[in-house]
Design a protein around this ligand. Structure first.
Ligand code: B1M
Length: 209
């Protein structure tokens, strides 16, 4: 079994204790951390989402896989960050009000950090004012995540709040999350939509390289 398969299987099966040494061995063996994230960690979490959707996984399995993914990312993070140049761009990212999902948002944050961005991970269930504060504090990009159709409108509220403050032209707004679409992003006045973590990196790299 190759490293991609080992990591992917470890996450899908939620083998939290085993994943850290597996990730470390893969790095020692010369596999790039970003390839491990792109080709093993993200696909594994997509598999977990699929298993949940098909009711083959219930919450305990999903949470175990999420904790294993986090452990894998903790092990890979130093190699992601050191592998890239620092970009002097501050990105503040959070989940909008009414929504506590953070697994995908954290993945996006880690991938952006790995690509050299200065990340402020604001947390979950955040009111618009928290994002406005981040803009006032100097964020050049605001990242908004939503996993619920009922919280998506929170994105519009954040954008309106920043518009009303007169600071809208100082910041780029990137949105994403499973129910969010390109059309929705356009409708609420976001600048960019990313389908996944790798997309988010690609979009910001085009903007800031
Ligand atoms: Co919730 N949940 N959940 N849940 N949960 C979903 C999202 C759901 C689709 C499950 C279902 O019913 N089929 C459903 C939403 C339905 C809808 O609105 N359309 C749902 C529901 C209904 C709920 C509750 C309301 C359940 C209840 O209490 N009755 C409740 C809501 C609580 C709240 O937020 N107020 C709830 C709670 C929870 C848990 C707390 C138990 C847990 C979250 C734990 C956590 O995040 N710390 C949870 C989980 C784990 C899920 C599922 C199973 C998995 C989500 C996930 O982490 N996926 C999910 C079902 C599913 O997705 N199939 C579900 C893996 C992750 C890597 O993918 O988050 O999509 P994802 O992130 C991707 C992209 O979306 C994108 O990139 C990421 C990486 O590639 N992306 C961005 C995300 N944010 C981005 C930001 C960007 C760019 C890209 O730029 C800034």
């Amino acid at each position: 079994m190759d490293w991609m398969q080992k990591i992917s299987e470890g996450i899908v099966k939620g083998k939290k204790k085993e994943i850290t040494p597996i990730a470390a061995d893969a790095i020692k063996d010369g596999v790039s951390a970003s390839a491990l994230v792109d080709e093993a960690v993200i696909p594994a979490m997509n598999t977990v989402s699929e298993l949940w959707r098909n009711q083959e996984y219930y919450l305990p399995e999903v949470m175990r896989s999420a904790a294993t993914m986090q452990a894998a990312m903790d092990a890979l993070k130093p190699y992601l960050v050191s592998g890239e140049h620092g970009k002097d761009v501050r990105v503040s990212i959070g989940t909008v009000q009414g929504d506590i999902h953070d697994i995908g948002k954290n993945l996006v944050a880690i991938m952006l950090e790995g690509a050299g961005y200065r990340i402020e991970n604001l947390g979950v269930d955040l009111p618009p004012e928290r994002f406005l504060k981040a803009v006032r504090d100097g964020a050049e990009v605001i990242g908004l995540s939503s996993l619920l159709t009922t919280s998506m409108d929170g994105m519009r509220n954040v954008i309106e709040c920043i518009e009303e403050s007169g600071l809208r032209d100082q910041v780029k707004i990137l949105v994403g999350g499973a129910p969010v679409t390109e059309a929705f992003a356009r409708k609420v006045g976001a600048d960019y939509y990313a389908d996944n973590a790798a997309d988010a990196v690609e979009i910001l790299n085009k903007l800031f390289d």
